[in-house]
Design a binder for this molecule. Structure first.
Ligand SMILES: [Zn+2]
Length: 254
């Protein structure tokens, strides 16, 4: 089975490191040193680099990694990442032979113009699009694009493990509790993730099942969410395409 390990980077980024036997691949290495240290300590050989989008805290370490390891670099076809060797987009497959694993590429624009996700082996690497109990900010895309992208991810199997780019979970849960104070699954999640956090452990990965039960951005048709959004807006909306941007704006202001 594929093992996935979080290598911490910057303040709250994770470089997800996939490993099998002596081989490894990394997702979104924003800086090289923590990855180089981990690979050396574990005596692993890097086989591939995967990037979800062009932000420096996700791709900034690639050039330095390439100085030591001449490996393929996969990433979004339509974003400016100078270090890419294999640009990919929706429907492409990324096979990492050394790890015996393949990923399907999904286009999930919104946070950035051509953000992609990798889905395979029951795991989803979704960068800054879907977060645990939250979603990424809209820097380059529209709310409608992001809503559609999240819908695409939401349609993946419930037991899909969700590996996102940052440890934002507790803050996201705090906001989600404002949107859905009566959601028991959310309260349980807060207890568990607070304990994990206090023990210095990652709250990730989560599962799609859990995101569907607790993440307000995936719950735009839930009556309790719609009700809260209406209170926030002071008008009545029910179309999820309008509920979604209202939650996004509410979170930006909170
Ligand atoms: Zn980003």
């Amino acid at each position: 089975m594929l093992e996935v390990v979080p290598v911490k980077s910057f303040k709250d980024n994770y470089v997800w490191t996939l490993r099998k036997a002596m081989h490894a691949a990394v997702v979104d290495p924003g800086e090289a040193q923590p990855v180089l240290d981990y690979l050396a300590r574990e005596k692993l050989e890097l086989a591939a680099i995967l990037a979800t989008h062009h932000h420096p805290d996700h791709v900034g370490g690639i050039a330095q990694l390439l100085q030591k390891y001449r490996v393929p670099v996969y990433g979004p076809r339509n974003e400016p990442i100078a270090t890419l060797t294999h640009p990919v987009s929706e429907g492409d497959t990324v096979t990492i032979a050394a790890l015996g694993v393949s990923f399907l590429v999904l286009d999930i624009p919104g946070h950035t113009r051509a953000h992609i996700a990798y889905y395979g082996a029951g795991a989803l690497f979704c960068g800054d699009t879907l977060f645990a109990c939250g979603c990424g900010r809209l820097f380059e895309g529209t709310a409608e694009q992001m809503f559609k992208s999240l819908g695409k991810l939401r349609a993946l199997p419930d037991d899909t493990k969700v590996y996102c780019g940052h440890e934002y979970t507790l803050a996201n849960i705090g906001f989600a509790r404002n949107v859905e104070p009566q959601n028991a699954a959310l309260a349980a999640r807060e207890n568990r993730d607070r304990r994990l956090s206090e023990a210095g452990k990652p709250t990730l990965p989560s599962t799609m099942r859990e995101e569907k039960a607790t993440n307000p951005f995936l719950r735009c048709t839930e009556p309790a969410v719609v009700e809260s959004v209406n209170k926030y807006l002071g008008t009545r909306v029910s179309d999820p395409v309008r509920v979604f941007p209202a939650i996004r704006e509410w979170k930006n202001r909170s």
